[in-house]
Design a protein around this ligand. Structure first.
Ligand code: ADP
Ligand code: MG
Length: 365
């Protein structure tokens, strides 16, 4: 543990855009940050001291222990051994236990089911035989997903486009689950911030639209009191089990009968919460830092209607921030299906917001 100085320092494993925004949006709290990331010049490295190393490099972890008061993450695929090593000597939020569950789709689905939170039907798949059996039970309208390391629709194979054998080879023959496709009306997420010792504070539900498995557009609030309460009750069950501090997000499908079906969760700030930077008095990024640092969050309120459009693969040249919208450029090199930035749009009137979204999405796609 670090000898306390008058300025708190938070270590972040992962230096992507989420770490970058946690640092940018918490400026007024007078906190120092130290980032560990294996890549060259990750987005957060412009704003904080950055150690370039693997996440399980002992020297880097020891630096976090000696030089930071708290450690957090900007993505869930950090090795849980690294978190376990850290948590013996320094406060780590979220805990290795929470992260281990969120890293593994099977553990995630099991915990949802344990708490009677509906999920789509699924089967565990460890071999071609398991897969063939699972397809015979769930049907071909199903998706094979690797248990680990999936994001932005990666490591997912749609079965009705392939034979079982092809799908198994394409999956890399890795530990997976087969899940039944949900015929959803829309997708929704709940973002809740858990302070250390008081009730979770929730943002309003967000409606999410994906393209090829990647989040394309989020719109908030998705105003539905009944669903808001239900999503909050599910979130509370999970965070109680995980003894959670900080932001946790659950993604749901809203099926055609109006049921919330839990898809997955993220033990961190989330892409569907980027609108909170302009659309709320306390952004998800600042709220996460406040919660883990033990700074009191009095209340969270939102301003009108907000939307967020992701910029994927190519950065548009003809667009810059103006009064109605704000452009974020993460400073990453262009690559197919890579998230490079986003635009937040605010409007008191929802219809006008949708018109803005349509106009601006034409400029970036
Ligand atoms: P990732 O970790 O890549 O975000 P998800 O499980 O959230 O993985 O899948 C990405 C997107 O793919 C979802 O938001 C949804 O649009 C679609 N998808 C995933 N699973 C299903 C499913 N069982 N039924 C229908 N659509 C799905
Ligand atoms: Mg997802």
């Amino acid at each position: 543990m670090r000898i306390l100085e008058n300025k708190m320092r938070i270590g972040i494993l992962g230096g992507g855009q989420l770490a970058m925004m946690m640092i940018q949006m918490s400026e007024k709290h007078n906190i120092d940050f130290m980032v560990v990331d294996p890549s060259d010049n990750p987005p957060a490295s412009k704003y904080a001291q950055c150690i370039k190393s693997d996440y399980n490099d002992k020297d880097s972890l020891d630096r976090l222990i000696h030089e930071c008061d708290i450690v957090t993450i900007d993505f869930e695929n950090v090795p849980s051994e690294a978190l376990k090593y850290l948590e013996k000597k320094v406060s780590v939020y979220p805990s290795s236990y929470a992260v281990e569950i969120c890293q593994d789709r099977l553990k995630e689905k099991n915990i949802f089911n344990e708490y009677n939170i509906p999920t789509t039907e699924f089967r565990t798949v460890s071999s071609i035989n398991d897969l063939s059996l699972a397809i015979s039970i769930l049907g071909t309208d199903s998706i094979l997903k690797s248990r680990r390391m999936g994001y932005d629709g990666k490591n997912q194979i749609t079965i009705n486009e392939h034979s079982a054998e092809e799908a198994w080879v394409l999956s890399g023959e890795t530990e997976s689950i087969l899940e039944k496709k949900v015929d959803f009306k829309t997708e929704i997420s709940i973002i809740g911030v858990c302070p250390k010792s008081s009730e979770t504070i929730f943002y309003p539900l967000v409606e999410n639209f994906h393209k090829d498995g990647i989040l394309n557009l989020s719109i908030a609030p998705y105003s539905n009191t009944k669903l808001q309460k239900l999503a909050e009750s599910y979130h509370n069950k999970i965070t109680k089990e995980l003894n959670y501090t900080g932001i946790l997000v659950i993604e749901f499908f809203l099926d055609k009968s109006g049921n919330l079906i839990a898809n997955e969760m993220a033990p961190r700030v989330h892409n569907s919460g980027h609108w909170t930077n302009e659309g709320s008095n306390i952004s998800q990024f600042e709220a996460h830092i406040m919660a883990i640092a033990g700074i009191d969050i009095k209340n969270i309120s939102i301003n009108g209607n907000s939307a967020m459009l992701n910029i994927i693969s190519k950065m548009p040249k003809n667009i810059s921030t103006n009064n109605n919208y704000k452009l974020y450029n993460y400073g990453k090199s262009e690559r197919l299906n890579r998230k490079l930035g986003h635009i937040t749009i605010n409007n008191d009137d929802k219809k006008d917001l949708i018109k803005d979204v349509e106009r601006i999405s034409k400029l970036i796609f």
